[in-house]
Design a protein around this ligand. Structure first.
Ligand SMILES: [Zn+2]
Length: 405
């Protein structure tokens, strides 16, 4: 059987309380709800309660096999309740004053040498964070947590990944969430944490990711979207946009194991969406507003896919999607076809073939490719409905977007 040296509990925001094994109860009144509920300090109530328990509950009052701190049996229950247990209780009781609020463990606060746990120096507090008793803060890899107020001492290096509170710890839900990197709240270890961390590194260090994020920031301050790892997506990452275009419903879902180019690709879809007014028309089918019909969406979809693969460099030499023996153009259009085909756009084959020919005519351009024709010219089947206000708006938005890309 093991031997309990210390116990600890945390306040809701994480302030630790070290507890002595001599802390049995918050009250000596056995009709009180706090009877036999440890309260964080060892006081006269605990002494009375221990005497109550002595000889009545062996499970609780058997604390040691020896009263000699030098004995290997010290602190190890031995199945009998005798005077050794009472002396052991008194030892713990007298050492206990050194623990309490903001003291996670003996040894960090000058605990007396007589306390057997005096050299424990345990630092692992809430969620495994490292407790520093001198400044009363947790050190959590990328940030420092001040549990008294449930706040980090600086902004989230990842930005608004956990909502608008960039100083907020674990979305204020510390019973279910933790933040072991000091970067984002997560509920369980494993793939998702590794994936979130990869995304963080991409956003910090990858020039292509940074560049497209700057474009997004410049596009519209009101354009809000989330990026998250999603292990439940069906084998691909995607930009998810609701038909009504609510900010809260735009998100980029990234499959665990993805690399930074995938993030650039999905951010590119977000950028196209933003530049066309955030109407989600690049991603939704059927159309999103009056005057727009499926061919328009189809056009937008093909172009947004071409741009996304292009911006991400996924079809450039060494790109993750480039097949051996394939040119960048061939790769680009093979990928775009694959992405758009499930939507069954009317006119898709013609659209793709037309764009592919233009790409090929450019020759072996350096990457990213100048796929400007797709970008600059509306296709013949792009509806331009004079006199139809909504239709005009849609076409205007489309042209503006495509030119700007
Ligand atoms: Zn895509």
């Amino acid at each position: 059987m093991g031997c309990m040296l210390e116990r600890a509990w945390n306040e809701p925001y994480g302030t630790p309380h070290g507890m002595s094994p001599a802390d049995f109860s918050g009250t000596s009144d056995d009709t009180n709800d706090h009877y036999l509920v440890p309260d964080g300090d060892a006081d006269a109530d605990d002494s009375f309660v221990y005497l109550d328990l002595f000889g009545v509950s062996a499970a609780l009052s058997d604390m040691t096999g020896s009263s000699d701190p030098g004995d290997g049996e010290y602190g190890r229950p031995n199945g009998t309740v005798d005077s050794d247990d009472y002396f052991y209780f008194l030892d713990q009781y007298s050492a206990a004053a050194n623990l309490g609020r903001n003291v996670l463990s003996a040894g960090h606060d000058g605990a007396t040498a007589s306390h057997r746990a005096g050299n424990l120096r345990n630092r692992r507090g809430l969620a495994g964070y490292e407790w520093d008793p001198h400044v009363r803060r947790y050190h959590v890899r990328n940030r420092v947590l001040y549990p008294e107020i449930g706040r980090w001492t600086r902004r989230d290096p990842m930005g608004y990944v956990d909502g608008m509170g960039v100083y907020e710890h674990a979305q204020s839900a510390t019973a279910t969430l933790a933040d072991p990197y000091g970067l984002f709240a997560a509920s369980r270890p494993g793939d998702n944490w590794a994936c979130e961390y990869t995304l963080y590194r991409c956003r910090q260090d990858d020039p292509a990711v940074r560049q497209i994020q700057e474009s997004l920031d410049a596009c519209s301050p009101g354009f809000v979207y989330n990026i998250r790892c999603a292990s439940d997506v069906n084998g691909f990452s995607y930009y998810n946009c609701s038909a009504n275009g609510k900010a809260s419903e735009r998100e980029i879902l990234i499959l665990p194991g993805s690399t930074c180019d995938v993030l650039v690709h999905e951010l590119s879809h977000a950028l196209d969406d933003c530049r066309s007014g955030g109407d989600c028309s690049h991603t939704t089918d059927p159309p999103t507003h009056p005057g727009e019909d499926r061919p328009t969406n189809c056009n937008k979809k093909v172009c947004t896919e071409l741009r996304a693969y292009n911006r991400a460099g996924q079809c450039c030499t060494g790109g993750s999607r480039r097949l051996p023996g394939e040119t960048a153009c061939e790769c680009l259009f093979r990928q775009a076809r694959r992405s758009v085909e499930p939507d069954n756009c009317r006119g898709l084959p013609m659209l793709l073939e037309s764009a592919r020919k233009r790409c090929v005519s450019l020759g072996d351009s350096p990457c990213p490719l100048e796929i400007g024709q797709c970008i600059r010219q509306p296709f013949p089947w792009n509806p331009r409905r004079s006199g139809d206000a909504a239709g005009t708006t849609a076409s205007g938005a489309l042209n503006g977007t495509l030119r700007g890309a």
